[in-house]
Design a protein around this ligand. Structure first.
Ligand code: GRF
Length: 305
């Protein structure tokens, strides 16, 4: 049941709980205030009492829920929720900025933008998520690109904390279902995902997923492909290999994902020097800086044509 609400409202599991609490407390407050006001009217219990009570609680409820939502940090959600309810019953304008049923807190839809044109991005990541954070920051107020989902295969990964902090829904995927099941295609579709960015995701992408997202999956690799790529070439292993080979340069590669590890068409590369004094750690830092500097901008150029 919670999963359905999570998808419908496009929020995290924790947020569903907070929203339900807000509904419950807002509802109780409405009943309490409604009864107090009815006492002031001095009306006898009867049909007129019921009619006036219904009118009163209809007016009080949105106000009560909005007030309660503030300390719970859910004001944006309820503002949109109430605006949508209002439109359904023919009250209020159609210009609330809620498009495509998107009620996520960070939807940031600009009024002039047609939300049907928004690219909904899923970031697949299983590490600390520093690149995911840079992408989220970069597209935060961009109406054309929305980071709508974080997909992770490692419970406890730092990127999941980032998702929770940013109010971005996240799913933890299982190997069996990813490779021999439905590759989570249904789940991605339920979040309207139309582009996937791999930012520190180590599993090979199943061909079923590549077929559904042709030229719409991009990876970032911490070396100058085609060198130092392929199965098992990730994280510190890449930098160790680069240093052991005595390379004078390394860098980053942003590329499309195909069915072979680190093989798809290269979109962008940037280089840095490898000094004799560099260690895998110091090289990793240089590479991370390059990634943070370029990845969001390259994705922007790719996604907003
Ligand atoms: C990056 O270095 C990226 O190139 C690689 O995984 C790392 C992810 O780092 N694919 P972070 O979790 O974004 O900090």
């Amino acid at each position: 049941m919670f999963e359905k609400l999570q998808k419908k409202w496009k929020v995290t599991g924790l947020q569903v709980l907070v929203i339900l609490c807000t509904f419950a407390i807002g509802g109780s407050l409405t009943g309490y205030v409604g009864k107090k006001l009815m006492n002031l009217t001095g009306l006898e219990k009867g049909l007129l009492w019921v009619i006036v009570y219904i009118i009163l609680i209809t007016i009080i409820w949105p106000v009560a829920v909005l007030v309660v939502s503030i300390p719970f940090g859910q004001f944006t959600f309820f503002k949109k929720y109430i605006a949508k309810l209002g439109r359904r019953i023919g009250v209020g304008s159609n210009e609330s900025g809620v498009g495509n049923g998107e009620w996520g807190v960070n939807s940031s839809i600009l009024p002039t933008h047609d939300s049907r044109l928004t690219t909904h991005v899923a970031i697949f990541a299983s590490g600390t998520g520093t690149n995911a954070q840079k992408l989220i920051d970069h597209f935060r107020n961009n109406a054309a690109v929305k980071i709508s989902l974080i997909v992770c295969n490692k419970p406890g990964a730092g990127v999941l904390q980032i998702a929770a902090k940013e109010n971005i829904p996240s799913i933890i995927i299982e190997k069996e279902k990813f490779f021999r099941g439905n590759a989570y295609i249904e789940e991605l579709k339920s979040f309207d995902i139309n582009f996937i960015i791999l930012a520190g995701f180590l599993w090979k992408i199943p061909s079923a997923l590549i077929k559904v997202y042709p030229s719409k999956i991009v990876n970032i690799h911490p070396a100058l492909l085609p060198a130092y790529g392929g199965k098992g070439m990730y994280g510190a292993k890449v930098h160790e290999a680069v240093i052991a080979a005595g390379e004078k340069e390394s860098g980053i590669t942003i590329h499309y994902v195909d069915e072979i590890y680190d093989h798809g068409k290269i979109i962008f590369q940037a280089k840095c020097d490898v000094l004799a004094t560099d260690t895998p750690d110091s090289l990793a830092q240089k590479i991370h800086s390059l990634e943070h500097q370029h990845f969001p901008l390259v994705m922007e150029q790719l996604l907003i044509k």
